[in-house]
Each structure stands twice: as structure tokens, then as C-alpha cells.
Design a protein around this ligand. Structure first.
Ligand SMILES: Cc1cc2nc3c(=O)[nH]c(=O)nc-3n(C[C@H](O)[C@H](O)[C@H](O)COP(=O)(O)OP(=O)(O)OC[C@H]3O[C@@H](n4cnc5c(N)ncnc54)[C@H](O)[C@@H]3O)c2cc1C
Length: 394
């Protein structure tokens, strides 16, 4: 949000100025993951995390809770784009993300966080897509990735889904309650007295101030030698560097009242554009269809659209008969940050090495952001990070 000259003067006159070693902007999974890993460094760092509303107000508190490996495209396409060795590196990076989440955060809180490690599925509505899934299956098996092919009857029996011709199971994928996960990372950070959480602090300017950076917020000015932007889809509103690199893209979801559990695991459909999942408590969550109005889904609007919501309802009726009569209880949107090449970006602004950033998760942040936060700490302390997530690739 912009700030007028009158509001700006009032803030400077009435609010205190505070100093830290590192200021992280953004209270989603990326910002909290960065805080978590930076607090683990053997350094006496005072770290502030500033969030414009409350923790989880952005995409992290609005997503479907899939923790999936790889990228938002079938593996055969990932190889066509990146080559076999980098595609495998991208896959392994997200497998490590899940392993790190389990080791560091989930630990013995599996039930408390609604964590389920049952794999995920990608379903083809047409034979062309099934051909690609079979090709992906062959390529992945050859590389030692644990996958399984499903025929039409398996899909009906194991997932209760109809009118799909075939599918693939990614056996190591998982799902979680995204807000519970976020709150657990927050809880762990707050145990450390060097961590300062400043909610309801919207940043409206980021400026140089001597050898420091001044972060102007609605509740006063903050200063630090280092700033980390973890604002994903909102990044272009704060710094022009992101205007041609991260694109705010709206996703829409609906949820139903609970029905008896019937699905083996969460599913993607239609080239990973649409997705549905039954929560452990029985509700169905279904999202996607932004391909129906691509242009309207770019930007920051929080309004759901009839076109997409109707398509989600049609999908329920056509493909998932067990919930076709369930009541629709929630409809919502969230803003994702799509990067130019679909991979996350970690690094520092060229020519301004005091501003680091991590973002561009392209609909896949739960599968990438915890590990990317670790890479952010690596980049800050001059340790190497994979080329495919380094912002130096641009
Ligand atoms: C409908 C939907 C479904 C999705 N489903 C999945 C899924 O199942 N699995 C998956 O892996 N990913 C999914 N995603 C994507 C995933 O949610 C994101 O990739 C991930 O949450 C990004 O995390 P983040 O921390 O980078 O961004 P965010 O969670 O958006 O966090 C950025 C934060 O920055 C704050 N902020 C912005 N501007 C300012 C400012 N000026 N001052 C202070 N704070 C500011 C925001 O309030 C926000 O809290 C989905 C996204 C949507 C919208």
C-alpha cells in the first residue's frame, strides 16, 4: 500500500526507530524458514521478521497443503527444459526439503500438524497426457525415483475419482496443514530470544541509510545492515528488480463439508493445473482452473471469480462423485509468485548486496521454501547454492 506525505510524517514523528542485524520482510513459509536457518548460524544475530498483517496471511495460509517434489510440470517436460542431470537435481532438492522439514520441524508432531506421508498422484483426463505420464514414469524409474503407474480402474478404486484415463503416483510426496506447519516454525523461532516478530508492520519503503538499510513500516522505522525480502508475489511492489522476474498470480480454491475418508492421497489433474485433496477430517479441498482466465488471474485482487468457482464445482460433480452432494463451505484466493522460469530465486540484488531475497516458488512453496531458506543462509555466508535456484542465473 502507498503512504501519503501526511501519513509518512505522522509515522516518523510518533514511532520509535529500532535496529537489528537482519530484517526479514514477509511472514510466510519462506520468511520463517530463513529466520529458522539464520538463527542456527553460529553468530550473535538479532533478527527481526516484519509481516504486514499476521503470520500466514499470504499464500502460505491459503494453499492446499501438498508437499510435492519436483516442479509444476510433468517430469518429461522438466527434463526437456533442464536436461536430465539438472531435472534430477531439482527433484532431489525438493526431496531434501521434505526430509529437512521432517527432521527439523515435524519430528514427533505428525498427528498434531496433520502430516500425511502417503504420496501424491497426477491424473490424466486424456490419452496424450497419459502418454506423457508413462514417459515420465520410465525416465523417473531409470533415475531411481519411486513412482507407480495407475490404470483407470486403480484410480476409481483407490482415489474415488472418475473419467481419468490413467495416472502416476509419486510415492515420496506428502501433505500437511499449512498453518499448523507455519505456526510450528514460528514457535521454534520464538524460543530464541534473538528473534523478534513484528506483525502488522507493513513495509512501504526500503531505502539506503548510511551503511545500513532503512525499512519504513506503518509502525515505525527499522534499520539493519542486511534485509531479506521473503515477500514472494508481493516482491515487485517493494523493489523494482522483481518487476520482470516474479509475477503475482492468483490461485482459487473451494472446500466442502466433510465426507467419509475415501482417497489414498492428494491428486493433481490436467497437467498439474488443477488439484484436489481430502483432508484427514474429511473435507475436500479443490483448486486450479486459472487457465480459464489467465489475464484476470494476474495481480493482487482477493476476489473469487464466478468462472473459476463454477469450473471447480463442475469438476467436483464430474470427477469426484463421493462429494458431489457435499455442501460448499469456503471459497478463497491467494497470491502466488511465479518466476520467469518456474524455479525459485535465492540471492542478493545485483549491485546492492545488502538486500537478499528468496521467492518465486511458482505454486510450489511447501515443496521448496524450507530448503530454500537454508540456501539463503548459505548464500549470505558465502557458501555455494545450486545454480537452478541461484538468482545469478538471470
Ligand atoms: C490457492 C493456492 C494453492 C496453493 N497450493 C499449494 C500447495 O498445495 N502446495 C504448495 O507447495 N504450494 C501451494 N501454493 C503455493 C504456496 O502457497 C506458496 O508457494 C508459498 O506459500 C509461498 O510462500 P512465501 O513465504 O514465499 O509467500 P507468502 O506466504 O505469500 O508470504 C509472503 C508474506 O509477505 C507479506 N508481505 C507482503 N508485502 C509486505 C509488506 N509490504 N510488508 C510486510 N509484509 C509483506 C505477506 O503478507 C505474506 O504473509 C498455493 C498457493 C495458492 C495461492
Amino acid at each position: 500500500m502507498t503512504v501519503s506525505i501526511w501519513q509518512d510524517k505522522k509515522i516518523s514523528e510518533n514511532c520509535p526507530e529500532r535496529e537489528f542485524d537482519i530484517i526479514i520482510i514477509g511472514g510466510g513459509i519462506a520468511g520463517l524458514s530463513c529466520a529458522y536457518w539464520l538463527l542456527k548460524e553460529d553468530q550473535d544475530l538479532q533478527i527481526a521478521l516484519v509481516e504486514k498483517n499476521e503470520i500466514g496471511d499470504g499464500a502460505t495460509g491459503r494453499n492446499a497443503g501438498f508437499i510435492t517434489c519436483g516442479s509444476v510440470e510433468h517430469f518429461n517436460r522438466l527434463i526437456a527444459k533442464h536436461g536430465e542431470s539438472e531435472a534430477l537435481e531439482i527433484w532431489n532438492f525438493s526431496e531434501t526439503n521434505l526430509a529437512l522439514l521432517k527432521e527439523e520441524i515435524i519430528r514427533d508432531k505428525v498427528a498434531e500438524l496433520d502430516f500425511e506421508h502417503k504420496g501424491s498422484f497426477s491424473l490424466a483426463s486424456g490419452h496424450e497426457e497419459f502418454k506423457e505420464l508413462k514417459k515420465s514414469f520410465e525416465l523417473m524409474q531409470k533415475l531411481g525415483i519411486h513412482v507407480e503407474i495407475l490404470e483407470q480402474s486403480d484410480i476409481k478404486n483407490r482415489l474415488g475419482a472418475e473419467h481419468f484415463v490413467g495416472g502416476i503416483k509419486y510415492c515420496n510426496d506428502a501433505s500437511i496443514h499449512p498453518m499448523k506447519l507455519l505456526n510450528e516454525i514460528k514457535r521454534r523461532c520464538l524460543l530464541d530470544p534473538r528473534f523478534h516478530l513484528l506483525e502488522n508492520h507493513e513495509v512501504y519503503a526500503l531505502e539506503p541509510s548510511g551503511d545500513q538499510k532503512r525499512v519504513r513500516t506503518k509502525k515505525g522505522e527499522l534499520k539493519a545492515p542486511i534485509v531479506v525480502m521473503a515477500t514472494n508475489g508481493y516482491s515487485p511492489l517493494i523493489h523494482p528488480y522483481f518487476k520482470d522476474k516474479i509475477f503475482p498470480t492468483r490461485g482459487q480454491i473451494l472446500a466442502t463439508s466433510p465426507v467419509e475418508p475415501f482417497m489414498e492421497g492428494p491428486c493433481y489433474a490436467n497437467f498439474v493445473l488443477d488439484y484436489f485433496r481430502q483432508l484427514p477430517s474429511g473435507e475436500m479441498v479443490i483448486g486450479g482452473f486459472r487457465q480459464l482466465q489467465k489475464d484476470a488471474e494476474i495481480g493482487y485482487s482477493d476476489e473469487t471469480s464466478d468462472t473459476i468457482q463454477e469450473a471447480l464445482e463442475d469438476f467436483l460433480r464430474r470427477h469426484i462423485p463421493n462429494v458431489s452432494q457435499a455442501k460448499i463451505t469456503h471459497r478463497w484466493t491467494g497470491i502466488m509468485g511465479f518466476s520467469v522460469d518456474g524455479q525459485p530465486m535465492v540471492g542478493a540484488i545485483p549491485g546492492d548486496e545488502q538486500i537478499f531475497f528468496v521467492g518465486g516458488f511458482t505454486a510450489h512453496g511447501l515443496g521448496l521454501a524450507f530448503h530454500s531458506g537454508k540456501c539463503l543462509a548459505d548464500a549470505m555466508f558465502d557458501r555455494s547454492i545450486p545454480r537452478f535456484i541461484s538468482a545469478r542465473r538471470f
